[in-house]
Design a protein around this ligand. Structure first.
Ligand code: CAA
Length: 283
């Protein structure tokens, strides 16, 4: 299937990163969010990233202008009426995602593929909110999107092979590496990453070592680019807790129980880098 026009829903960190890589690959992009100021903030982030690439002489000023011209702001889901693909990167909440997908199903052309960037919610359940479950798929990008090579492509129970193939091809056009995954809680990335982060939080909670020591062990001993507590702050502690709860509920296995310290921080509003404080403090 030929995809030319893509709507990205959610202009936050993930959505704006996805819009940037789609525009850089030459797709026509609609960046959608609830309010104009949310979209403007997302566009400002994209412009800043592209300006850095110009400074590093990876792209020219003209290319930057052309990439930005590929992106149009949208605050109305009705704009999905002309697109070939929607990539949803709204908040991680099943009720909200189901409602967005139900609406998109009514608006988007019959041929359009509806993808979700969910980090752990079941694609099959999101697809059930639509009348086209064969055209619903997971496209899980990693943060920061312009840098990270992986896209987990998640097949829902009903996802058609041709839809999978189209999304695999688009992912390659975005200069990313697609990895095929089936629809189980946390898929592969977060089923492995989040219990490691949760265990690092237990290690701190039980007083085994300081936060700096825990991060140093994993950075220097395992060559991880960031220690697990720094990474948790970077991802957002609310997101980490939500993913652990999804794993805990989805598998019904106590090995996925979220650490009480993680719950406490989230209740305190210590959400990591985005709120200025998590395990570490940020200026
Ligand atoms: N947007 C765009 N580019 C960015 C960026 C951002 N937010 N942050 C960093 N970069 C770029 C920099 O410009 C730099 O580019 P060049 O090499 O071309 O100059 C490059 O990334 C390296 O950046 P820095 O030198 O500033 O810093 P660094 O070497 O420490 O790298 C990092 C930063 C890439 C974030 C690295 O620390 C890293 O890989 N961390 C782990 C990230 C990770 O694990 N991500 C997955 C999170 S889990 C997830 O996303 C899934 C989920 O569902 C929760």
């Amino acid at each position: 299937m030929n995809v030319e026009k893509i709507m990205v829903i959610g202009a936050g960190q993930m959505g704006s990163g996805i819009a940037q890589v789609c525009a850089q690959a030459g797709f026509t992009v609609l960046l959608n969010d609830l309010k104009p100021e949310f979209v403007e903030r997302g566009l400002a982030g994209i412009e800043k990233n592209l300006a850095r690439q110009v400074l590093k002489e990876r792209i020219t000023e003209d290319e930057k202008v052309a990439i930005l011209a590929n992106i149009t702001a949208s605050t109305n889901l009705v704009d999905a009426g002309t697109v070939d693909l929607v990539i949803e990167a709204a908040v991680e909440n099943m009720a909200i995602k189901a409602s967005i997908f139900k609406e998109l199903d009514e608006i988007a052309p019959a041929h359009a593929i509806l993808a979700s960037n969910t980090s752990s919610l079941p694609i099959t359940e999101i697809a059930a909110a639509t009348t086209r479950p064969e055209k619903v798929i997971g496209m899980h990008f990693m943060n920061p999107v312009p840098v990270m090579k992986l896209v987990e492509i998640i097949r829902g129970l009903a996802t058609a092979d041709e839809v999978y193939k189209t999304i695999e091809d688009i992912t390659k056009k975005l200069n990313k590496v697609p990895v095929e995954v089936n629809d189980f809680p946390g898929f592969v990335a977060n089923r492995i990453l989040m219990p490691m982060i949760n265990e690092a939080i237990y290690t701190l909670y039980e007083g085994v070592a300081t936060k700096e020591a825990i991060d140093d062990v994993m950075k220097l001993g395992m060559n991880h680019p960031m220690g697990p507590l720094t990474l948790a702050d970077f991802i957002g502690l609310d997101t980490c807790l939500y993913i652990m709860e999804t794993l805990h509920e989805g598998f019904g296995d106590d090995k996925y129980r979220p650490c009480p310290l993680l719950r406490k921080y989230v209740k305190a509003g210590w959400l990591g880098k985005k709120s200025g404080r998590g395990f570490y403090e940020y200026a």
